[in-house]
Design a protein. Structure first.
Length: 101
């Protein structure tokens, strides 16, 4: 019993170390993007892409959200719904204003 518990802890610690090392490598890559001289827009886009990967790693492993699939999908669906409402509402009011004029 104690051996399986210790092995389970070792597996989790190894996962955390790999994620930490990945975050460090991605941080170095983000800094290295500056030295590629890609231009402002491309550099910012690449840096934001790398930052989103790092944020995903932190959320999934350090915040333990990787095992909360049903909740994550529900929150994502609710976010998309609110985004669409915020996107469509001004368009509908604009169309209504044009119809009145």
């Amino acid at each position: 019993m104690a051996d399986t518990h210790a092995a389970d802890i070792d597996r989790h610690v190894r996962t955390y170390i790999v994620v930490f090392l990945s975050l460090m490598v991605l941080t170095i890559v983000t800094v290295g993007v500056f030295y590629l001289h890609l231009g402002t827009v491309a550099s910012v886009a690449l840096a934001l892409f790398i930052a989103s990967i790092k944020g995903t790693l932190v959320a999934c492993f350090f915040m333990h959200l990787i095992s909360e699939k049903r909740l994550i999908y529900a929150v994502l669906a609710l976010t998309v719904l609110f985004f669409l409402v915020l996107l469509v509402t001004p368009m509908l009011t604009s169309i209504a204003d044009q119809a009145v004029s």
